[in-house]
Design a protein around this ligand. Structure first.
Ligand code: SF4
Ligand code: SF4
Length: 293
């Protein structure tokens, strides 16, 4: 089973549009499962036309911990008060006890370690939901972090684990991962274990700068990577710069996608662009050919 991850250093480059179109075209040749690992803002399902009611199962994930006070044990010594790096502890003067802010607590456990009375415990809390469904005949697993919750990297691992389970059951040959943008925890967890990375960028200085940062993470894992330049014709001069950068770094250009209002119309209509307008099919067939070259 192969894992291909679609990634971008910067948000808004069209990563999910590329993911949904590639998913459609690849699924016509082989059995695939898709995994939406952009757990802070998952929208691969939406771009494939799936609404919440269309998912067949929802799995609650408890991969985060929060500090909880055992009041009877607390002697009010205040040793825990100033140790929290996340400013999650306040003091209740009336009751003479610490108060933990659930939204700020990252479950690091420092307060528990310094407490001489063992009056703090770490309690597992639900921090995400994984939704499982089907679109256009292939499986989709989508992770969504709850508001203010931490542990996005662990949720991504859970999403990938579920996608692999489905892929094994369905004898799928490929898992297509739609990663979060940037270089944070969910991105690292998305890239880890991938066989190939498709980096999506656009011809702007900020996109190139973020691409360079992101590629450091990709290179750290030693994963082969190809590039897709989206909306390349909006700034052809800068697209050439990106191509020069890619050539220097021995990174193949898998495809160049022109700006087209129809991509926006497809998004608005909750349909992958290749389904909304068949003229886009050849673009993505050529990306897949380059991928297999
Ligand atoms: S567990 Fe860590 S983050 Fe949470 S309140 Fe204690 S010190 Fe702060
Ligand atoms: S360190 Fe422990 S005993 Fe002291 S105030 Fe905090 S919770 Fe209470």
């Amino acid at each position: 089973m192969k894992i291909i991850t679609i990634f971008s250093g910067k948000g808004g480059t069209g990563k999910t549009t590329v993911s949904s179109c590639l998913a459609i075209m690849l699924s016509r040749e082989q059995k695939i499962v898709t995994a939406d690992c952009d757990v802070d803002a998952p929208n691969l399902g939406l771009s494939l036309g799936l609404k919440e009611k269309d998912y067949s199962s929802f799995i609650k994930i408890r991969a985060s911990e929060k500090a909880v006070l055992i009041k009877e044990k607390c002697n009010g010594c205040k040793k825990c008060l100033n140790v929290c790096s996340f400013n999650a502890i306040e003091w209740d003067k009336k009751k003479n006890i610490p108060v933990f802010d659930n939204l700020l607590c990252e479950g690091c456990g420092t307060c528990k370690i310094v407490c001489p009375e063992d009056a703090i415990k770490l309690k597992k809390v639900e921090n995400a939901t994984i939704s499982v469904g089907k679109a256009y005949g292939f499986g989709i697993v989508s992770g969504q972090l709850k508001m203010g919750e931490s542990g996005s990297g662990r949720i991504v691992m859970e999403v990938k684990r579920k996608a692999m389970e489905i892929a094994r059951k369905e004898n799928a040959e490929l898992i297509l991962v739609d990663s979060a943008a940037g270089i944070g925890c969910p991105v690292i967890a998305s890239l880890n274990g991938s066989d190939y990375v498709i980096a999506v960028t656009e011809p702007t200085p900020s996109a190139l700068s973020d691409l360079k940062r992101g590629l450091k993470v990709v290179n750290h894992f030693g994963i082969p990577c190809g590039l897709v330049i989206n909306k390349y014709d909006l700034n052809k001069e800068f697209s050439n710069k990106i191509e020069t950068f890619a050539n220097k770094n021995k990174m193949p250009i898998l495809g160049k996608i022109p700006y087209d209002r129809e991509f926006v119309n497809a998004l608005v209509n909750l349909r992958p662009a290749v389904v909304y307008n068949k003229k886009f099919e050849s673009l993505f067939i050529s990306i897949i050919k380059n991928l297999n070259a």
